[in-house]
Design a protein around this ligand. Sequence first.
Ligand SMILES: Nc1nc2c(ncn2[C@@H]2O[C@H](COP(=O)(O)OP(=O)(O)OP(=O)(O)O)[C@@H](O)[C@H]2O)c(=O)[nH]1
Ligand SMILES: [Mg+2]
Ligand SMILES: [Zn+2]
Length: 328
Amino acid sequence: MVGLVIRTTGSWYKVLPKEDLEKAVDEGWEKLLVDCRLRGNYRLRGNKQTNPVAVGDWVEYLPQEDGFGVINEVHDRRNYIVRKATKLSKQTHVIAANLDRLCIVATLGLPRTSTGFIDRLLVTAEAYHIPACLVFNKCDLYEETLWKIHNELKSIYEDAGYPVYAVSALKGDGIEQLRQMITGQTVLFSGHSGVGKSALLNAIAPDLHLRVGEVSEWSMKGKHTTTFAEMFPLNITQPASNVLHRSFLIDTPGIKEFGMVDFSPEELSHFFPEMRRVLHGCHFANCTHRHEPHCAVKEAVDQGIISVERYNNYLGIYDQIVNGNETW
Ligand SMILES: Nc1nc2c(ncn2[C@@H]2O[C@H](COP(=O)(O)OP(=O)(O)OP(=O)(O)O)[C@@H](O)[C@H]2O)c(=O)[nH]1
Ligand SMILES: [Mg+2]
Ligand SMILES: [Zn+2]
């Protein structure tokens, strides 16, 4: 049997049978899920992943007499988002697989998201060819100064090529626009703990009733209210066409620091779309865009075509890759 991994908790996997996919939204998907374990001798794919099966994976499984299932095989992934399991670890953790979009949930409220964090996630999305967008939540808390910062960031990221949304899960502002954008897609919501990922999913799909952190519970750092990645099927009818689309929304536990999995320093600038557009103009074919003369990237930064903030984050990530400096 073939199924889609909806939730993983340690060594158990909740799998939605492929044949039930159509029913899943109308009849409630929870009762359709099969509890599966991984075949005992399943070989980790020779690589260093802590989780051989991730949310969004398509798997082959065998139903057992006791009602449980055994996963025999994981289908090849179209793409995935991966991070280091822990700060200094060589092991990696696949957050989710087979994605149409990454929504980075950020906020200028608390806990504030840095552009360094955003750019590390964006670079990873670029490396795996996953379209990404930025969702700034808690905009109801913004006053004049924060809106000014927001608008600066919006223009930086839109110029780079990423859609930017300003929303309030609490007040409902901007949610309809977000719903339109994710229609018919499998979308991963990622970001720090406490930025409001679960609250945002509840705003998009009120029937989900996801657990949201109590205001008093979370500090600057967030409290990790969501503890496992989980995917939710959702039907959205487009008002214009009245056509029904199925989406899959993936809620994830907050991440404090996004440990990028190693890239070669030479390829890094290709994962910054605005650099990718100009770097063919560099004098040296192997230009690292740091101190070489006649560098088209540096010229674009000087001319204000590439943002200084993004360029500095490029240098920071470059340094991290080359020297292993954990600047995060
Ligand atoms: N003012 C305001 N508060 C919000 C908004 N969205 C979420 N919050 C609050 O932010 C806190 C954290 O929200 P969650 O949805 O639990 O955050 P999360 O990103 O899912 O956190 P983790 O599950 O720990 O990763 C809660 O107290 C929410 O009520 C918003 O738009 N405006
Ligand atoms: Mg949550
Ligand atoms: Zn260059």
